[in-house]
Design a protein around this ligand. Structure first.
Ligand code: PLP
Length: 394
């Protein structure tokens, strides 16, 4: 590990900031740019959730919350996830309420991985996993999935474990997946679960996009191998509550007890009035995930068609709100150069694929989370840019 500044912990100094945010910062300075970059829902928080937050403030819910999470919110989470995903969590003792899924990831890594311990990571993957892992001195064992339509298989797990030659402690699965949008059937998950069990792996399952599953119903790994899974979920995507910062870790009480030590040290508790609003999000009408899902589905369908018409290679995204598209061979297949030129000349920003793992540099990720008009105008600009580049090449 290189140390350049004696004032700074080399671990932090060597942690690379998320590429996605770096690219976002660069292109957002371009005048009239239209962003199809972030996983930020364009929907507002529902009125019932807003009312709950306002009422909680008026009721002086301004004091420290219970560190692990208010009991009624943890119970609401248990009821919600048990009911929606056929799980069997017993009660509040199975839950920690975290500051978004981001904190949940950091707490789980810190609790399960001692410095130098290894974790299987199917790639491409959500970029911030990489820096969170570096900060706990965990070691990534990448499993490239691009040759199998971005899906992990038992054979890939077996091979990665054999190639690693040293013990691997855990695996991190994220589905529906950011950036590819792929998800897994019950059969696929059951087969994977058998391999995870056979190798005694902890399974960290980031299911933050579970409510945004378009084809079929989301199946949680926590249903299949409950004793081995640490389930992570949250309200950022399902309820368009990114700014409220609500996440959940759900697993066995003995593990929760250990994780609670880390959560308590990191944040102590998330704001009390936000916890009241989150409780209503989980117990209220559920209008939001249901209505959003249909809007996202339409956006996905028309955007996939447009990209295919332009010659991009698209794996059918069954969930989340991203399309991971392979740049056509007649265009610049260096995703970063492509995305930068597209941003400068085409005035539309997408994320270069290498932000999600080194072997996806010829891909771009398009987010359709923001809004219909923004998406359609962005896709028009992308088409104009592609036509122009093809014209210039003649
Ligand atoms: N996990 C994945 C796979 C994500 O895509 C995101 C956000 O985009 C997060 C976690 C972070 O979620 P939160 O906003 O709840 O911290």
């Amino acid at each position: 590990m290189t140390k350049f500044n004696p004032e700074i912990n080399p671990l932090v100094e060597n942690t690379t900031p998320d590429k996605l945010l770096g690219f976002q910062a660069t292109v957002s300075k371009i005048p009239d740019i239209l962003m199809l970059t972030l996983g930020e829902p364009g929907f507002n928080v529902s009125d019932e959730v807003k009312d709950a937050a306002k009422k909680a403030i008026d009721d002086n819910r301004s004091h420290y919350a219970e560190s692990q999470g208010e009991v009624q919110l943890r119970q609401a989470a248990v009821d919600y996830f048990n009911k929606n995903y056929n799980l069997n969590f017993k009660g509040p003792e199975n839950v920690i309420v975290t500051l978004g899924v981001t904190e949940a990831i950091n707490v789980v890594f810190k609790t399960l991985l001692a410095p130098g311990e290894r974790i299987l990571m199917p790639v491409p993957a959500y970029g911030p996993y990489f820096s969170s892992l570096t900060l706990v001195e965990g070691v990534r064992v990448d499993v490239p999935t691009r040759d199998n339509q971005f899906k992990l298989t038992p054979a890939m797990v077996e091979k990665a474990l054999a190639d690693a030659k040293v013990p691997v402690k855990a695996v991190l699965l994220n589905y529906p997946n950011n950036p590819s949008g792929v998800t897994y059937t019950r059969e696929e998950l059951t087969d994977l679960a058998r391999v995870f069990e056979a190798h005694n792996l902890w399974v960290i399952s980031d299911e933050i996009y579970s409510a945004l599953t378009y084809d079929g119903h989301h199946v949680s790994l926590a249903e299949i191998i409950p004793d081995r899974v640490v389930l992570i979920n949250g309200l950022s995507k399902s309820h368009a509550m990114t700014g409220y910062r609500v996440g959940f870790i759900m697993t066995k009480p003995d593990l929760i007890k250990e994780m609670q030590k880390v959560h308590s040290a990191l944040t102590f508790a998330i704001p009390t009035f936000i916890q009241d609003a989150a409780t209503v999000a989980l117990t209220g009408s559920q209008k939001w995930p249901a209505e959003m899902l249909e809007i996202y589905r339409k956006r996905r369908d028309r955007t996939v068609t447009k990209l295919q018409d332009l010659g991009f290679g698209v794996i059918h995204p069954a969930g989340a709100f991203y399309i991971f598209a392979k740049i056509p061979a007649d265009l610049n297949q260096d995703g970063e150069a492509f995305a930068l030129d597209l941003a400068k000349r085409g005035k539309v920003a997408v994320i270069p694929g290498d932000g999600f793992g080194e072997d996806c540099a010829d891909y771009i990720r398009i987010s359709y989370a923001a809004g219909d008009e923004q998406l359609d105008e962005g896709m028009r600009r992308l088409a104009d840019y592609v036509h122009q580049v093809r014209q210039e090449a003649k």
